[in-house]
Ligand binder design. Structure first.
Ligand code: MRU
Length: 337
């Protein structure tokens, strides 16, 4: 399949193709080491996605698509391609971007061109979110964010972190508070790494410190990403997001999920039907080789939670900003349908 079409080289912060192989920046080793791993085969890519070496809703869709294109380019048969497409689609359950990308790849006569289009489109979608979202941010604001939603989570500049980056580039004097994001520390390891590279003034906090910052008036706006937005505006994101939304509401602070249209799932009428990934309880008992809880302590590890639309001030999409009222009146069906 697809042999007639050359693979062009492409590169983002966490993913690159050299025309022959697909490489993934191992996000589990950041910020201490920048190690690129070969993700050219479906088996390798599924393992990389599942252990969060490559992660973030848009990026796992883009990476899986690039992997399938590489597989086709290397001569996979139609049956092998279809099997790999289904297996990649099932690698993680919550981020609908993965299913969206695999459904595009399943139907295409030209996997290489389709994967390249998905990559380029994600870059453009990030620009759209950045422009619309940055317009909300006023000079001098303190901004709170959760998990990692930047260049490591997308093919472009990011979702919520892309908005923050654009506001900084516009010369607005902002200060970012980054939740470390238990249990896998995407905020402490990855967002902190990105913020430092970008030179954006920022402070790292543990998730449990957010309410105090909100109470003390240090935060004027909360910006988070999303793994799946339901048709009514409820959305799933990294566990801890729902708690932040409750705290923001209590303190009267605007709260905005930021997502591309590829994260909207109109087949989910509300957040109740979004599948939530349950991960290994060992991730709660410790981190890497370090364990602080008894080895046999029961633990619960949902990777995502669902924030109801009544806690959302507005949703920033690549194509505009939609208020809670607009979301409640079904605007997503009209703009994403
Ligand atoms: O488990 P992860 O690290 O893939 O979770 C990522 C998030 O929850 C992000 O906020 C989400 O994917 C949107 S960011 C582009």
């Amino acid at each position: 399949m697809g042999l007639a079409f050359p693979m062009d080289a492409f590169e983002s912060l966490g993913l690159k193709h050299d025309g022959r192989k697909l490489w993934v920046l191992d996000q589990t080793q950041l910020p201490d080491a920048e190690v690129w791993l070969d993700g050219s085969t479906p088996e390798a890519m599924i393992a990389l996605i599942q252990r969060l070496a490559v992660r973030g809703a848009p990026l796992i869709g883009v990476a899986a698509a690039a992997c399938l294109a590489t597989y086709a380019h290397r001569g996979a048969t139609a049956a092998e391609y279809a099997t790999a497409c289904a297996a990649l689609r099932a690698a993680r359950p919550t981020a609908v971007n993965l299913m969206w990308a695999m459904d595009r790849m399943k139907g295409t006569p030209n996997p290489v061109a389709e994967a390249q289009a998905i990559f380029a489109e994600d870059v453009r979608l990030c620009e759209g979110m950045a422009e619309h979202g940055a317009a909300l941010i006023q000079d001098g604001e303190g901004l709170l964010t959760h998990c990692n939603t930047g260049g490591l989570a997308t093919a472009g500049i990011g979702t919520a972190l892309g908005v923050i980056r654009r506001a900084h580039e516009q010369g607005k004097h902002i200060h970012v508070y980054a939740d470390e994001t238990r249990p896998l520390l995407q905020g402490g390891r990855l967002t902190a790494w990105e913020l430092q590279r970008l030179g954006i003034p920022a402070t790292l906090i543990t998730d449990s410190m957010a309410a105090l910052l909100l109470r003390d008036g240090k935060v004027q706006r909360v910006l988070v990403g999303s793994d799946r937005v339901a048709a009514n505006g409820d959305f799933a994101n990294k566990v801890g997001t729902y708690g932040l939304a409750v705290q923001a509401k209590h303190h009267g602070v605007p709260f905005h999920p930021v997502a591309p249209f590829s994260t909207v799932d109109l087949a989910c009428p509300s957040g109740a039907t979004i599948p939530i990934e349950l991960r290994d309880p060992a991730e709660v008992r410790g981190y890497g080789a370090w364990r602080w809880a008894p080895a046999d302590m029961p633990a619960w590890n949902p990777s995502f939670d669902v924030t109801p639309v009544n806690l959302v001030t507005s949703l920033v999409l690549d194509r505009g900003v939609y208020s809670q009222g607009q979301l409640g009146s079904g605007v997503l069906g009209r703009v994403c349908g």
